[in-house]
Ligand binder design. Structure first.
Ligand code: TRP
Length: 431
């Protein structure tokens, strides 16, 4: 089984609530424990600037979200856990992608369109109060994903369009400059619930109906007491259909517990008693994390150190990759002019196999074209010998070896198949 790279970010614009926990934090921590998954999780603080102009709130939210992820069990040794703004290659890549994505594609982005529609309905200028940051949001998000060539991006349904745009950017860039990016896919987990909030609508900061993930026990009890119900009296049978309380319970309870609650509804449990059960069930899961959270939040220097260590690991990948991308687009060291040298010596550079080890401890190789473009990129091998054998096969058989090796190679963009074939053919002939 080949390793899949998962990557996801949370915008640092607020205090994490139960909806964030159930929809994003809890499943991402679970995924990070899978042996076949390599995870990149980050705090999207550049994204926060689009929505928020209160510096203290961004700082506080960054601390709270980092502490929540860690308290929920994220192991920063196992996962590359970092803060977006610690990786300057991301805004640099944003510019490269800005120059390959059509403006018309961004015109169609949901968030931007919603703002324009609202202005149009109000009879104001369509772009009134719309920053260029909001317009560019999908490009920044594309850079987040493509910087680490993530295969899978676990997100909510509202983000699918952004992943499609990231694919679009990957294809456009690859088409112009050679095979550099893996087109990512949205990973939508059918089992992950969208949590209703206090008023029954989706739990969301914008509806002001949230339950903070790490509310105190007393506060949690009080908030759960405020979840809307109908006005059925004790003893009267109650419907689970459309019951926000029931849905929230279900997101925390086992199948058996959920079945028992369904029965209690049918048997006419009083709302007050049902709320008490929901409160205790949620608190059972949250209480141990709450302690860890409070300890972390009171030790911001520790979180800062964890994030900086994560950024070092992220940049161990991003810096060399960005170097290859800069070269690919023509931002090059002038003293190392390949063409000038070739012109002088009459020798033409040949495509090259390069073998290397990455911070995940695995061994990789890639085939780099004469102009530095990435033609083939392997996935991780257990040993340098395994990687060497795959290279040997390609050197001996050329493109004929590709189907056999497909499980160990990143997908080749259809637009560059011809380039890869030509390079391998050229190597065969040169021998
Ligand atoms: N836009 C995402 C949200 O608001 C957060 C985010 C930023 C993200 N960059 C990302 C998610 C990259 C996944 C991958 O939820």
């Amino acid at each position: 089984m080949s390793t899949q790279r998962f990557l996801t970010g949370i915008t640092t614009s607020g205090t994490p609530h139960l909806g964030n926990y159930v929809g994003s934090i809890r499943p991402s921590v679970q995924a990070s424990r899978r042996a076949d998954v390599e995870s990149f999780y980050f705090l999207a603080d550049y994204h926060a600037l689009i929505k928020i102009d209160e510096p203290a709130r961004i700082q506080r939210s960054t601390l709270e979200i980092a502490a929540s992820w860690l308290a929920a069990g994220l192991d920063p040794e196992r996962v590359v856990f970092y803060r977006q703004s610690d990786v300057p290659e991301i805004p640099e890549l944003t510019w490269f992608l800005t120059c390959v994505i059509g403006k018309g594609v961004l015109n169609r982005a949901h968030a931007y369109k919603a703002a324009v529609d609202k202005n149009t309905a109000a009879g104001t200028d369509p772009d009134s109060d719309v920053t260029a940051g909001l317009f560019m949001y999908p490009v920044l998000m594309g850079a987040d994903i493509l910087m680490f060539n993530a295969h899978q991006v676990p997100v909510g349904r509202d983000q699918i369009q952004h992943i499609e745009m990231a694919r679009d950017m990957a294809h456009s860039f690859n088409h112009r400059y050679g095979e550099h990016f893996v087109p990512p896919e949205a990973a939508i987990d059918e089992h992950v619930a969208t949590l209703p909030g206090l008023d029954g609508r989706k739990m969301s900061k914008s509806y002001d109906n949230t339950i903070p993930l790490f509310a105190s026990r007393a506060e949690l009890k009080k908030l759960i007491g405020g979840i809307v119900t109908d006005s059925k009296a004790p003893q009267e049978p109650k419907s689970t259909e459309g019951s926000a309380l029931f849905q929230i319970y279900q997101a925390f309870a086992s199948t058996q517990e959920t079945a028992a609650m369904r029965q209690a509804y049918a048997d006419g449990i009083a709302w007050g008693d049902a709320k008490q059960l929901v409160f205790e069930r949620i608190d059972q899961e949250i209480a141990p994390m709450r302690e860890a959270y409070l300890a972390l939040i009171n030790n911001p220097a520790k979180i800062e150190a964890i994030l900086r260590a994560g950024a070092t690991r992220a940049r161990a990948i991003a810096t060399p990759f960005m170097g290859r991308l800069r070269h690919a687009v023509g931002l090059r060291d002038l003293s190392a002019q390949d063409n000038a040298r070739a012109a002088k010596t009459g020798k033409v550079a040949k495509p090259l196999f390069k073998q290397y080890r990455e911070s995940d401890g695995q061994f990789y190789f890639k085939l780099v074209g004469t102009d530095g473009t990435l033609l083939l990129q392997s996935l991780g091998f257990e040993s340098p010998k395994d990687a060497g054998q795959a290279i040997g096969l390609l050197q001996k058989q050329g493109a004929a070896a590709l189907p056999e090796l497909s499980a160990k190679l990143q997908a080749i963009d259809p637009a560059s198949v011809a380039l890869v074939n030509a390079a391998l053919q050229g190597m065969l002939e040169a021998d």
